[in-house]
Design a protein around this ligand. Structure first.
Ligand SMILES: NC(=O)c1ccc[n+]([C@@H]2O[C@H](COP(=O)([O-])OP(=O)(O)OC[C@H]3O[C@@H](n4cnc5c(N)ncnc54)[C@H](O)[C@@H]3O)[C@@H](O)[C@H]2O)c1
Ligand SMILES: O=P(O)(O)OC[C@H](O)CO
Length: 226
């Protein structure tokens, strides 16, 4: 996701700039494991079906199994939003709270991902969240991703994400913290912060000195209905 309060999808920027049709690939695909040809699934979101089919043929292998869906926004939003959830999962690890708590963060995180994606783009489909780009990528990122790792380090060391990124990521960029800032601003501008208690807590812990123990306070206000 790019932009200030007026969020924009990277695929849209590319499509508008280059005047080409753009499909989106995202999934539970930690690069090291893909590189070792360990089995995984991925999702390609297409606008134009023949292009989705072309990418399927290009990318699909016995160990990298592609599903194509006619929901490019949903696929891309999953890829951006799960990084925010993973920072929350890392905070759970930093607080030594355990697997049950992390599962709760994953569940509520997925609910808020769906709610935000449909708010941002009403054409986004529920089914997309049950593809690899959705629940599967949330699980793998909350288990083995960089966002999880830095969420834990943030709680254990008290250092900022900018400092941790430089110290721990060897030149790579952390996506979750900046995405969290942008989506919080988007929600604030629309007076919708109260509908996203987990995302809001993660933002306030990261940037407003809220105590990390508040990571579970969503249960005080969370509405399960999508
Ligand atoms: N590395 C993995 O194993 C892996 C696996 C699956 C999904 N992902 C996801 O893929 C995405 C990218 O991860 P990566 O590993 O390629 O990270 P990376 O840090 O290697 O590359 C990200 C690139 O995006 C650029 N960038 C960041 N914000 C930008 C903006 N607003 N406009 C233009 N460019 C911008 C950065 O400068 C950087 O070059 C993340 O959402 C990540 O969660 C990564
Ligand atoms: O390292 P992260 O946190 O960007 O997550 C990696 C990918 O999302 C896994 O699919």
């Amino acid at each position: 996701m790019d932009g200030g309060s007026g969020l924009n999808l990277i695929s849209k920027i590319i499509a508008d700039t280059l005047k080409v049709d753009v499909s989106v690939l995202s999934g539970a695909n930690i690069a090291n494991e893909v590189g070792q040809e360990k089995f995984c699934e991925t999702t390609i979101g297409y606008r134009i079906r023949p292009n989705g089919q072309l990418f399927y043929e290009l990318f699909n292998t016995p160990y990298f199994r592609v599903a194509i869906v006619n929901d490019p926004s949903g696929v891309e939003l999953c890829g951006a939003l799960k990084n925010v959830v993973a920072i929350g999962a890392g905070m759970v690890d930093g607080l030594d709270l355990g697997d049950n708590t992390k599962a709760a963060i994953i569940r509520v995180g997925l609910v808020e991902m769906m709610r935000f994606a449909k708010l941002y783009d009403p054409t986004v489909q529920d089914a997309t969240f049950f593809e690899s780009c959705g629940i599967a990528d949330v699980i793998t990122t909350c288990a083995g991703g960089r966002n999880r790792r830095l969420g834990e380090a943030f709680v254990r060391t008290g250092k900022s994400f900018d400092v941790l990124e430089k110290e721990l990521l060897n030149g790579q960029k952390l996506q979750g913290a900046s995405t969290c800032e942008k989506l919080y601003q988007y929600l604030k501008d629309r007076e919708l912060v109260h509908k996203f208690p987990l995302f809001s807590s993660i933002y306030q812990i990261c940037f407003e000195n809220l105590a990390p123990e508040n990571i579970t306070r969503f249960h005080l206000t969370h509405v399960n209905k999508l």
